[in-house]
Design a protein around this ligand. Structure first.
Ligand code: F0G
Length: 458
């Protein structure tokens, strides 16, 4: 497969440094074998997340200098409004400081306490904000998502059969909201087809339920649609995005992903003046006055520009191409991963690579730690370590997947970095049988993976 050369030139660099092996061992011990406790200066290649870690363009930086820092009515606000109207076809956009802030502001207006909220898969913070608004989150992802080795073009899809059944059983009154996450991050960055979005919309209409998009990776989703959904093979990315968003009533967006800013988020409302008023009302106490929404004027400028840069076809072709190149090289090396690769990450299948480590000794965490020890690479566990304990019994839950996520920041790393990652994994694979598991020595009651302490099991 031919690698597409980076569609940018580098004119500012940030040096990175490789520690020696003994230094990395010491840092990991000091971090209690939790990569969230490692200083970024001690990481050579940081694949912890693609969120807020992208490199802004020269045009975005130029925009930053032109930022209007007025408290009310700043220029950047109107630029964001115009961009949202043009790209998504929505009448109103509320800037906020990041994706979870959009959830916090929007959800109380859409969810009544006790109502069920259905998603193809809720992201963690989305789930938390549904619960904070009194809702009960439920995931209905297409069954194809669970087969990591089998290729399916749209593994992120909603299970529309189950959705219809659930609405028929429970009745529309008990379902508050449908959230379509594009791409489906927690299912491996897998895309959702327009066909599935339209089918979900049709069900939502039949039962009179509001449907929104969690649109953090909307541009990558549009690229996959162009590649994999025959109806759209000759459509422009712009048209695919318009068609996607036409099917929803509103969206929340972490702009830290596809809009390539280090901080920012959006709420979009298609055509519903009373919802706009509710959003404005909650934005003021949570995020600040509506024309800055938790952001500096310069951030609004960068966001308005980033929304356009993130949907350029050449950029998306390269971006997803990077993931596909990494996947192809891993395949050659016999390293198992969720296939096909996602739009923002490759999810290594640690259960398949380290079958001798049981779920309660955390195979994906073991692989994550080995990547740091062997190559100074920081990834993260998306498996039993992240899943945590059963709240009722306190016992460790067994995750369906034991993934080690390699999330690729936008416009940051080059082909050489990707090759290096594969080389490190190839060395690890050669002695995979000698790797041991880890046990937890301390953990907080909720969201433990961010702070828990571990030790190797020898
Ligand atoms: N929705 C999705 C699908 C996300 O992936 C994220 C963040 C959010 C909402 C929340 O946005 O972080 O700006 O508040 N995902 C990051 C990740 C953190 O690493 O996947 P936020």
């Amino acid at each position: 497969m031919r690698y597409i050369p980076e569609p940018y030139r580098i004119k500012m660099v940030e040096p990175i440094r490789m520690l020696t092996r003994p230094e990395r061992e010491k840092r990991l011990e000091e971090a209690r074998y939790n990569v969230f406790n490692i200083r970024s200066d001690d990481v050579y290649i940081d694949l912890l997340t693609d969120s807020g870690t992208g490199a802004m363009s020269d045009r975005q930086w130029a925009g930053m200098l032109m930022g209007d820092e007025a408290y009310a009515g700043a220029r950047g606000y109107f630029k964001v409004q115009d961009a949202v109207k043009e790209i998504f076809g929505y009448a109103f956009a509320q800037p906020v400081h990041q994706g979870r802030a959009a959830e916090q502001v929007l959800f109380p207006s859409l969810i009544k306490p006790g109502q069920v909220v259905i998603s193809n898969t809720h992201f963690d913070t989305t789930r938390a904000h549904v619960e904070l608004a009194g809702g009960r989150p439920m995931d209905l992802v297409s069954p194809e998502a669970t087969d990591t080795l089998h290729f399916a073009p749209f593994k992120g899809n909603m299970d529309v059969v189950a959705l219809e059944q659930l609405l028929a059983e429970k009745g529309a009154e008990s379902v508050g909201l449908i959230i379509m996450t594009i791409t489906n991050n927690s299912a491996g960055g897998q895309p959702v087809s327009i066909e599935n979005i339209r089918a979900t919309r049709a069900i939502a209409d039949r039962y009179g339920v509001t449907m929104i998009l969690d649109a953090a990776r909307f541009a990558e989703n549009a690229w996959f649609i162009k590649q994999r959904e025959p109806e759209f093979k000759d459509s422009s990315i712009r048209d695919i995005i318009l068609e996607t968003f036409r099917n929803a009533d509103a969206f929340t967006m972490s702009a830290k992903k596809d809009a390539i800013v280090n901080m920012g988020g959006l709420i979009g409302v298609r055509d519903n003046p009373s919802l706009v008023e509710k959003v404005k009302k909650l934005t003021v106490p949570y995020e600040g006055f509506i024309t800055y929404g938790g952001l500096a004027g310069r951030d609004l400028e960068a966001l308005a520009i980033g929304l356009y840069e993130g949907i350029e076809e050449n950029w998306l072709k390269f971006r997803v191409g990077q993931m596909e190149y990494l996947g192809a090289r891993l395949q050659e090396a016999g390293i198992p991963f969720q296939s096909p690769v996602g739009g923002h990450a490759v999810f290594l299948d640690a259960k398949a690579l380290l079958p001798h480590i049981p779920y309660n000794l955390f195979p994906a965490q073991a692989l994550t730690l080995e990547l740091y020890l062997e190559g100074g690479i920081r990834a993260c566990d998306i498996g039993s370590f992240m899943l945590g304990n059963d709240p009722a019994t306190g016992k460790q839950l067994e995750s369906t997947f034991e993934f080690c996520r390699l999330a690729i920041p936008r416009r940051v790393y080059t082909q050489a970095h990707l090759d290096y990652i594969v080389d490190v994994l190839t060395d690890i694979k050669a002695r995979a049988g000698t790797l041991g598991g880890y046990r937890i020595t301390w953990e907080p009651p909720v969201l433990r993976h961010f702070t828990a302490h571990l030790e190797p099991v020898c």
